[in-house]
Design a protein around this ligand. Structure first.
Ligand code: URA
Length: 203
């Protein structure tokens, strides 16, 4: 039987499928893509948030299954986790054409879905993958957004207050930046070790 959280997440995924007023809906239908709601443990204490699905994700309906996803899996494994231990999702739930960055209108359009997922899962720790997820969460939790840079904030963690209690945000680079850059990959590996420490302290 599905837990109440699982059925609430299922309802969010179902409503994403019917979202014909999305600015990305025509592109989805034209390419026979699926929306990508997210996946993982409905009771996870950690939520990882990326930017938007790419082609592999839109074809399969699952987050982070392409090259960035394989790197994400190995980073999770390096700290003793599998994707089934966490919940992985994105700010934008449909693929933007040719993997361009999501527009402000698209981010705003999909924001209610991510907000609902957060309220259902109630994660104590958020790992943001890239700028879009970091800015979304800072806005959501009322932290200053302007002028915040991942290059300054990665390797640190921030406290915020959710409706369900204290949460910790760990800003990380997006795995895509580390795919072809060894130095960035080492930075991500180091930052994942910090994420593990935070999980041991908070999770
Ligand atoms: N990049 C993202 O930000 N999200 C995915 O799901 C895949 C690649």
């Amino acid at each position: 039987m599905q837990s109440s959280r699982q059925s609430q997440l299922q309802a969010i995924a179902d409503s994403l499928r019917q979202l014909s007023d999305s600015p990305l809906y025509a592109y989805r239908v034209e390419h026979n893509y699926a929306p990508v709601a997210g996946e993982g443990d409905a009771h996870a204490s950690i939520m990882l948030i990326g930017e938007a699905p790419g082609e592999w994700e839109a074809k399969s309906g699952r987050p982070f299954v392409g090259a960035s996803g394989r790197l994400l899996d190995s980073l999770l494994q390096s700290i003793g986790f599998q994707r089934s231990d966490v919940f992985i999702t994105n700010v934008v739930k449909d693929r933007p054409p040719e993997n361009r960055a999501p527009t402000t209108a698209e981010i705003q359009f999909y924001a209610p879905f991510l907000r609902q997922q957060i309220v259902v899962i109630q994660p104590r720790i958020f790992a943001t993958l890239g700028r879009f997820a970091m800015e979304f969460l800072f806005g959501f939790f009322g932290l200053p957004v302007k002028g915040q840079k991942i290059s300054k904030l990665h390797g640190t963690h921030l406290e915020a207050e959710a409706s369900y209690g204290k949460v910790t945000i760990v800003p990380l680079y997006h795995p895509a930046v580390a795919l072809y850059n060894t130095a960035q990959r080492e930075t991500l590996e180091t930052d994942f070790r910090l994420l593990k420490q935070v999980m041991e302290e908070v999770g």
